[in-house]
Write a new protein. Structure first.
Length: 278
């Protein structure tokens, strides 16, 4: 069983919702990333999502775009990101790590070489933002051969037939984009999330994670009512941008921000369990 499957199975058995923080590798400096990863796990992360910096991150809002720019100024490459994951694995063999990025850096390295190096580094899943369902059959077998789960995005505008097509290729978990827009938008409408997630669950038994727009502990708790996992990115990356190169202050801010979301999610999970028992 993969690390992702094992983690979600354990959480499901415990009645807990997964918390999946995102940071951009190399932001604000490559030397900080591994320490940030460990800090997020200590604060309650169940799965880590690590962004591969790219010059044209089309799905990302200004906060993460700026993070990519900062990382690229330091020359952060895909190879370096894989080295960061390998360094993280020295002290943490258990926490699943998903890389989020775009096809161009993978193509530049070569898909087979990327899959080989990613598996060797300890990567568990890959979310390729700009890979379409039509391109998936050309990519997925190479990833699967190295036991890398292909995490797929589904948007609110995705129709039923396309949801089925995407779910047929997906692995690890489904990432549902909570609204029409880019990461970090200021609004999150959770009222329709349950219905949208039910549409996905009708096509797949994979866990469903919800991201884009989760900015506060209250947002996280609301999403935890209906999803299997809560993804938080811009709220963390924004703290990195605010605190700059003060690594001690940044690390504390990341821990505190995520820990508050972890607490809110756990409280929501406890309330849901009590309702089920009543």
């Amino acid at each position: 069983m993969s690390r992702l499957a094992d983690r979600f199975e354990s959480l499901r058995a415990a009645g807990r919702t997964a918390l999946v923080p995102y940071i951009t590798a190399g932001d604000p400096h490559p030397d900080a990333t591994v320490d940030f990863m460990h800090a997020l796990v200590a604060a309650g992360a169940d799965v880590l999502e690590v962004g591969v910096p790219f010059s044209d991150p089309m799905a990302d809002g200004p906060v993460i775009q700026a993070a990519c720019e900062r990382a690229l100024k330091h020359g952060t490459s895909l190879k370096q990101v894989l080295d960061m994951v390998a360094a993280f694995r020295v002290d943490d063999p258990d926490t699943p790590v998903v890389l989020m990025g775009y096809l161009n850096p993978i193509d530049a390295l070569g898909l087979p070489a990327f899959a080989e190096r990613a598996a060797r580094a300890g990567v568990d899943g890959v979310l390729i933002v700009d890979m379409t369902a039509e391109e998936a059959p050309e990519v997925m077998p190479t990833l699967a051969a190295k036991s890398l789960d292909a995490v797929c995005l589904i948007a609110p505008t995705t129709g039923p037939s396309r949801i089925e097509k995407i779910c047929a290729h997906a692995g690890g978990f489904i990432y549902y984009v909570s609204f029409k827009g880019v990461t970090g938008a200021s609004s999150l409408d959770v009222s329709s999330l349950g219905e949208q997630i039910d549409r996905i669950r009708a096509c797949s038994t994979l866990p469903v994670a919800v991201g884009f727009g989760v900015r506060t502990p209250a947002n996280a708790a609301d999403v935890a009512r209906v999803a299997d996992a809560v993804v938080v990115g811009s709220a963390l990356v924004g703290r990195i941008a605010e605190l700059g190169d003060d690594m001690a202050a940044t690390t504390k801010a990341l821990r505190d921000t995520l820990a508050a979301m972890r607490k809110a999610i756990d409280q929501q999970d406890s309330q849901s369990e009590e309702i089920c028992r009543a």
